[in-house]
Design a protein around this ligand. Structure first.
Ligand code: ARG
Length: 461
């Protein structure tokens, strides 16, 4: 056990206690961040005359050596020997370069160190998740462009409601994932302040230049209050909340794909590469990827709840409870980063059964509102038109037919306002094409929306 704090102790730590307390098993993930932070710290210390330039150079060389050796597999992170990644780096630095290594931790605490590592790590993850979302948006937009006139029923209560197009339906998901990216941008802006130099909780008496450290690591500036610096995990809660929302969106999308892929709907065919079979039922082709994405949503929500609960009772400033932020956050981040590209691949390769979708849009009275609007166009008040079409629907159900399949004579029996032009007015094509309000499915409107979204994806390069 290479501990950083043996001085005031007269007994060895109990072995079980040591393991219970240790975080090396998971914070070894911070090796790069820990070393980046240490390099910035010693660079600042040397600028302030707290270390000599020669000491700084030896320390940086030693730190880079550790990083290179771990990356090359020459140096192993021994989980039985070091309590956390910070002790691992410091102990190895001292082994390598001797005396100057002992000066690395001047004017620093593990509290501001771990706050920095977590922030550096999260900052990178925010960008990586954002890049994956962008790829998903590109795939969605591609499908939209190709399906301006692919008709399908729009649903409310999972009951057929009004006809829409696939482009329009996908456009709804485009909006969701676009907002998810906006959220990440906001989080990044708010979190991008550097906690290094806050010390254990009360700053330090060394003349640190916190602005300089912050600048070295690309932060907008240093954090304002040293107590808050070491005890704030809000940014992580915000990120987990954003990840939970992304999963909620992916899960809704997955649910629809599962429904569309069902034997009853057959709107889509998931590519063989993204489906699995059954060990007993030879006919089966299951939408496992969509189901797993839907299923994994729970653990991401769990991470958010876990961290909120960990933080809720903590007095200021640092408490060891906060070590519990890592495993749940890592799991949530890994989960989302796994789900996004797989989901994107699944929708990129999925085939649409356009005939089935149009057929489904044609029955189920999705044109009932348009039939009522037709009567309104002929001067019937909307409430009366609604009643007339209601009776018409009942008649069709009884005869097992649809509004557009009736003869003019049958229509006139219900209302003599109907004329020959009704058939065009209630055709699927007309029903969709005439929906031209901003944000509606009419292909002319959708073309404009697609242009705006294309522009957005280009600008957000
Ligand atoms: N492993 C600790 C964590 O993750 C590092 C900070 C330790 N600080 C302390 N005062 N024990 O939070």
């Amino acid at each position: 056990m290479a501990q950083l704090w043996g001085g005031r102790f007269t007994k060895e730590t109990d072995w079980q206690v040591y393991h219970f307390n240790a975080s090396i098993g998971f914070d070894k993930r911070f090796l790069h961040q820990d070393i980046e932070g240490s390099i910035a710290h010693v660079t600042m210390l040397a600028k302030q005359g707290i270390l000599t330039d020669a000491e700084k150079a030896r320390i940086i060389e030693g730190l880079n050596g550790i990083l290179a050796d771990v990356d090359a597999g020459i140096l192993l992170i021994d989980e039985d020997k070091y309590e956390d990644v910070h002790s691992f780096v410091e102990a190895n630095l001292i082994d390598r370069i001797g005396e100057p290594g002992k000066k690395l931790h001047t004017g620093r605490s593990r509290n501001d160190q771990v706050a920095l590592d977590m922030k550096l790590y999260t900052r990178t993850q925010v960008k990586e998740v954002d890049a994956l979302l962008k790829k998903l948006l590109e795939a969605i937009l591609h499908t939209m462009e190709e399906n301006l006139e692919t008709y399908m029923p729009g649903f409310t209560h999972l009951q057929k409601a009004q006809p829409i197009t696939l482009a329009h339906h996908y456009g709804a998901y485009f909006e969701m994932f676009k907002r998810d990216r906006d959220r990440l941008t906001d989080i990044y802006k708010r979190m991008n302040y550097c906690p290094l130099g806050a010390g254990a909780l009360a700053g330090t008496t060394y003349p640190l230049d916190r602005d300089y450290s912050a600048q070295l690591m690309g932060f907008a500036g240093p954090t304002m209050n040293s107590i808050d610096s070491v005890s704030d995990r809000d940014y992580l809660i915000e990120f987990l909340s954003a990840l939970a929302t992304i999963m909620m969106h992916l899960s809704r999308f997955s649910e629809e794909i599962i429904i569309w892929n069902s034997n009853e709907y057959r709107f889509v065919e998931i590519d063989d590469a993204y489906s699995t079979g059954s060990s007993i039922m030879p006919q089966k082709k299951n939408p496992d990827i969509a189901e797993l994405v839907r299923g994994k949503t729970g653990r991401v929500y769990g991470a958010l709840m876990s961290l909120l609960t960990t933080m809720k009772g903590l007095p200021l400033a640092y408490n060891k409870d906060m070590q519990e932020d890592k495993e749940v956050a890592f799991d949530a981040i890994d989960t989302v980063k796994n789900c996004l590209p797989l989901f994107t691949g699944m929708i990129e390769t999925m085939k649409f059964r356009k005939d089935r979708m149009a057929e489904s849009a044609m029955n189920g009275f999705t044109n009932a509102t348009d039939a009522a609007d037709y009567l309104v166009g002929k001067g019937v008040p909307f409430r009366d038109a609604h009643g007339i079409i209601g009776r018409l629907v009942l008649y069709c159900i009884d005869k097992n037919t649809s509004i557009d399949a009736l003869s003019l004579t049958e229509l006139k029996e219900i209302s003599d306002v109907f004329e020959e032009d009704v058939f065009d007015a209630v055709s699927l094509k007309t029903c969709v094409e005439k929906r031209l309000t901003f944000g509606a499915p009419g292909p002319e409107m959708m073309k404009k929306v697609i242009e705006i979204q294309k522009q957005y994806l280009q600008e957000e390069a």
